[in-house]
Design a protein around this ligand. Structure first.
Ligand code: CP3
Length: 350
């Protein structure tokens, strides 16, 4: 991994390790998305999965967004659903809906049919896209790899399509705990193999997207999710790349998420960032701006961003981000302005 030498003093990676930085680093979840003209051009001729499965296209949209926005980290263009096909779970991504699974998992019988994951056989396009993106980035920004977390992946496999209340998922947890446990064992082994393959391909950091486990009570999170996420973070620790642990609506489970592991924690906007940080303790923190704020005028974006920075108070270990992905209707100039604003204001203060 020769590119690591480029990043000895990288601001994003330094912030992940809670070291002092020259300015507050910023990147945005879904920074390569429909709000961006360069992405829409590629997307007009290809569906999302084709982009994900064609390393040249994936690397192109990854690098174009990073360069255009001037953000401090790239995230490989992929989708949390990609590794599931190889283990026997076919799905589509439906426009405006999200992932739709062909044969949702109903119970133990289907859980038993889930096969063994092989990164080389099942997701060679992801590791190839990573290698190509690193070449194209040429040291301009570190690259983040990612995976969905077992709970979030299980929720798509069980519900069959995006859900509001996760009733079927919870039914399996409560009514068929053995089936739930086996599903989580299989998914957590897949997730850590997948992330380790991305690290071998050269990513500089990894993010675990546990987007939906915030729907659980703290004690259910502890019983049904925490042990599996912990196994993943423990397996990744020796790789010594920063591990980002992200979820939505997690104010009530931050302590338990911290126990599961991670070096950086991604929080949404339903809790103030200083309060979240005091619950989390000695780790780095990322996120917090409501993505919808970017639909408002630049003045609003600036005042809300300043509030986040004031609550951080210059402490090392802060990465500016949104609390969830960039919304498709976001004006791209607002995003670029946010990046410049964060760099500008935090540079002059140090
Ligand atoms: O951040 C980035 O720039 C990397 C790209 C990325 C995608 N998916 C590409 C994509 C990332 C990080 C993901 C992760 C992902 N995918 C998550 C976890 C993050 C989160 O939002 O909580 C989830 C839950 C999914 C599943 C998924 N795939 C959803 C909900 C959707 C959106 C459906 C829609 O039409 O709104 C997808 C499709 C998808 N994956 C898009 C992108 C940019 C939508 C854009 C398009 O259709 O071109």
């Amino acid at each position: 991994m020769p590119h690591l030498a480029y990043f000895e003093n990288d601001n994003f990676l330094r912030a992940c390790w809670k070291k002092e930085t020259e300015f507050t680093p910023i990147w945005l979840m879904r920074q390569a998305g429909r709000y961006l003209e360069s992405y829409r051009k590629v997307r007009a001729k290809n569906d999302v999965l084709t982009i994900c499965k064609t390393p040249e296209l994936s690397a192109k949209v990854t690098v174009d967004a990073t360069t255009e926005l001037g953000v401090d980290a790239a995230i490989i263009f992929a989708d949390i659903m990609l590794p599931l096909e190889g283990i026997g779970q076919s799905f589509k991504i439906v426009d405006g809906v999200g992932p739709v699974v062909e044969k949702p998992i109903g119970g133990m019988e289907e859980v038993k049919t889930i096969g063994k994951f092989s990164p080389r056989d099942h997701v060679p396009f992801v590791t190839d896209a990573i290698k190509l993106a690193i070449q194209k980035l040429d040291g301009r920004a570190p690259l983040i790899g990612f995976s969905g977390a077992p709970f979030t992946l299980a929720s798509y496999l069980i519900e069959g399509s995006p859900s509001r209340d996760f009733t079927k998922t919870k039914r399996m947890m409560y009514a068929e705990p053995e089936a739930w446990k086996l599903l989580m064992v299989k998914l957590s082994s897949m997730v850590s193999d997948y992330l380790l393959a991305q690290i071998r391909a050269g990513v500089d950091a990894v993010q675990l997207f546990d987007s939906w486990s915030g729907c659980l009570s703290p004690s259910d999170y502890e019983e049904f999710v925490l042990p599996f996420n912990k196994q993943i973070f423990d397996r990744l620790k020796p790789s010594a790349v920063p591990r980002i642990h992200f979820g939505v609506g997690t104010a009530g489970i931050l302590k338990a998420m911290r126990e599961a592991g991670g070096d950086v924690f991604g929080v949404d906007w339903r809790i103030s960032i200083d309060e979240a940080w005091s619950i989390l303790g000695h780790v780095a923190i990322q996120g917090n701006l409501d993505p919808a704020i970017l639909l408002g005028a630049n003045d609003l974006v600036h005042s809300r961003s300043k509030d986040i920075l004031a609550r951080i108070g210059g402490r090392p270990g802060h990465i500016f981000n949104l609390g969830h992905g960039v919304l498709p209707d976001t004006p791209p100039e607002h995003v670029k302005n946010l990046v410049q604003f964060i760099h500008g204001t935090t540079k002059t203060k140090r």
